[in-house]
Design a protein around this ligand. Structure first.
Ligand SMILES: C[S@@+](CC[C@H](N)C(=O)[O-])C[C@H]1O[C@@H](n2cnc3c(N)ncnc32)[C@H](O)[C@@H]1O
Length: 298
């Protein structure tokens, strides 16, 4: 799969209807079933077991009837969580009349990676990781460091994109390092990456030696370690400032905007802000909107 920064590809079907209720009408419903069968038929017959509908008001009676109708007609289970067949119902984003039904063309989101042999709570969506490593301006002769590397998503995406002189990850959890090790071995990058168990505030690299730094700092959502996280953000930013080479890129993602910006305040004169934007990331607890910060060492 070469489209590594693509989240998903959907077929968009337009319906000239005023409300989603009209999708239950015989003609529209048969058309919709045909659209779903087309996608199912692109894959081996055993692949699609469940479906999911995303829509504003998807818990209404109209959507309950749509779900039952689809489940009965296609012999699929309805799933509140991940499902092979993904259907979204929305208003056309250009503001025109009617409603659109989007049907995802692949049974898995395109962020799924064959190298992920170890799941890890809080693992970064690989599509977002891919975008982050590209924003860090990857180049073959560069030293790359992933602070708080968890299961190695950013390292695998970085090495998929281009070789690096050094590709290192640091995490203070033994379990995370084991997961990263297994994932990187499965990706074929076992001997091209260096995994260190340690604190993000003490990276064992010389001053001004790293050209690309990426960090998916803990959000404090999975474990309540608020006090530790406050300290970690300040320590990680101070350490990043020490090890970053002049002109180095630092790409960080977090939902803890205030905390990140307050920690950045202490090292502000050492970093130029290149850009900052929010992304929507599906998570087990529902969609979250972290910010990606793109900084350059002065
Ligand atoms: C959001 S997770 C990173 C997930 C990772 N990007 C992945 O795809 O698997 C944050 C990571 O920060 C690590 N962490 C927490 N405190 C740390 C510290 N003081 N030093 C280094 N790593 C730390 C946690 O063990 C966790 O793996």
């Amino acid at each position: 799969m070469s489209q590594r920064s693509v989240v998903a590809v959907h077929l968009v079907h337009g319906f000239r209807v005023a409300r989603p209720k009209a999708l239950l009408g015989h003609e529209n419903f048969e058309y919709l079933l045909g659209a779903l069968r087309d996608v199912i038929s692109l894959n081996p017959s055993t692949v699609f077991k469940s479906f999911r509908i995303s829509a504003a008001g998807s818990d209404s009676t109209v959507f309950a009837r749509l779900k039952t109708g689809i489940a009965d007609a296609l012999a699929l289970d309805y799933s509140q969580g991940p499902a092979q067949l993904h259907v979204a119902v929305r208003r056309p984003p250009d503001g025109s009349d009617g409603w659109q039904v989007l049907v995802r063309l692949t049974p898995k989101p395109m962020a799924s990676r064959p190298w992920r042999v170890r799941d890890y709570p809080g693992a970064l969506n690989a599509t977002i990781a891919n975008v982050m490593v590209r924003l860090a301006r990857p180049s073959g002769g560069n030293n790359f460091l992933n602070l708080c590397c968890g299961s190695g998503t950013l390292l695998a995406e970085r090495l998929d994109y281009a070789p690096a002189a050094l590709a290192a990850g640091i995490d203070n959890s033994t379990h995370a390092i084991q997961c990263a090790n297994d994932n990187l071995l499965a990706a074929g990058y076992g001997n091209r990456s260096l995994l260190l168990r340690g604190d993000a505030g003490h990276a064992p690299f010389p001053r001004a030696s790293i050209h690309e730094i990426v960090a998916d700092l803990p959000y404090g959502m999975l474990v309540d370690t608020k006090g530790q996280i406050d300290h970690l953000y300040a320590a990680a930013l101070s350490e990043t400032s020490r090890i970053a080479a002049p002109g180095a890129s630092f790409i960080a993602i977090t939902v803890r905007k205030k905390l990140f910006e307050s920690a950045l305040g202490s090292v502000r004169e050492q970093w130029k802000s290149v850009r900052e934007f929010q992304v929507i990331v599906p998570s087990v607890a529902g969609d979250i909107s972290p910010t990606i910060y793109c900084l350059e060492r002065t």
